[in-house]
Design a protein around this ligand. Structure first.
Ligand SMILES: C[S@@+](CC[C@H](N)C(=O)[O-])C[C@H]1O[C@@H](n2cnc3c(N)ncnc32)[C@H](O)[C@@H]1O
Length: 319
């Protein structure tokens, strides 16, 4: 049974996501996002709630939902260990070289990874990857929960020849400088498909060739329920230049790894070959379709509970 506090924290988080999606549909995503980023009180309360939820409730409780939420980080760590330290990347490189040879495509780049592995954790909140020595972590968030996280809006960060970091704030990152970028429970915070795509395109520019983008996103439904949405994600990321190399539907979330192909056309070829009529260039989440229906809905936490809004994190250990 979830504690009262657990429920209050998760309700607050859900209400912030919902109200941001609603204001985006009213004001347009760019204006809504700008206003949201200025709302210091909301951002700080969110950071406090999220950190407490993850570090107090998820890491100390041990029912299946909480241990799975904790495992979002372990899942990413284990995959990185296999991919970089156990050289799993070579398998995917060889596969890409085989494809490029068979279609006469030039591949003139190869992987060159760092040790420790350079990891950019976007929407980090409290820096859960900090404890793993195999990483050299840069953790960023709109509103850091502690001083090991830099303040940065990933959607508006510049890309250039070097990192620009001053007074715990990052304003620019170096092009193709990260081995791995993580979006742990990030994309459902971002209110529209267009902005989610912008985040993935930015990750593409920042990750090294052959490097990876790890995405996990909550969903408690069975694997088939939102499979068309997840196939659209795969299609869209392939168009951007990422090949999906790992997918797992855990009970409460989807866990995915996308590799930046050595030649963008290899990933795009997948999109061309496997496109189904329903696939569009979009990164939707199931909750996007509720915005209009919920137009009249008050964003108080009570309403969210009473009306059983299909919200992100509904079944995750946010309650
Ligand atoms: C649900 S929390 C996830 C926190 C952490 N990654 C985890 O798995 O526990 C989402 C976080 O993403 C951050 N965030 C959302 N959009 C962002 C952006 N454009 N740039 C940086 N951080 C962002 C929020 O401030 C929030 O802390």
């Amino acid at each position: 049974m979830a504690s009262e506090e657990h429920k209050e924290l998760s309700d607050y988080i859900k209400s912030v996501h919902l109200s941001l999606r609603k204001s985006s549909s009213k004001l347009g995503a760019d204006t809504a996002w700008q206003e949201h980023c200025c709302n210091v009180d909301t951002l700080s309360k969110y950071a406090e709630c999220m950190q407490k939820l993850a570090t107090t409730h998820w890491e100390t409780n041990c029912n299946s939902a909480t241990s799975e939420a904790t495992s979002r980080i372990k899942w990413a760590v284990e995959f990185c260990h296999d991919y970089f330290n156990n050289h799993l990347y070579k398998k995917y490189r060889d596969k890409e070289l085989g494809i490029s040879q068979s279609i006469g495509l030039q591949v003139d780049r190869e992987e060159s990874f760092s040790e420790p592995i350079k990891l950019l954790d976007v929407g980090s909140c409290y820096n859960p990857f900090k404890v793993y020595n195999m990483f050299d972590v840069i953790a960023i968030d709109l509103c850091p929960a502690n001083s090991s996280v830099l303040q940065c809006d990933f959607l508006n960060v510049e890309i250039g020849n070097c990192h620009t970091i001053k007074d715990l704030t990052a304003t620019q990152f170096q092009h193709e400088s990260f081995d791995v970028i993580t979006f742990c429970f990030l994309l459902e915070y971002i209110p529209t498909s267009q902005l989610r795509i912008a985040a993935c395109e930015k990750a593409y520019k920042l990750v090294k060739p052959g490097g990876i983008l790890i995405i996990n996103t909550p969903d408690s439904k069975h694997v088939g329920a939102n499979s068309k949405i997840m196939k659209c994600w795969r299609y869209t990321l392939a168009e951007i230049g990422f090949n999906r190399i790992k997918y797992e539907k855990a009970k409460f979330m989807h866990c995915m790894v996308f590799r930046k192909s050595l030649n963008k056309e290899i990933a795009q070829r997948w999109a061309l070959l496997y496109k189904e009529p329903y696939m569009e260039y979009a990164i939707h989440i199931p909750q996007d379709s509720n915005i209009l229906d919920d137009e009249e809905l008050d964003t108080t936490t009570q309403h969210i509970d009473e009306d059983s809004v299909l919200d992100d994190f509904q079944e995750l250990p946010f309650h």
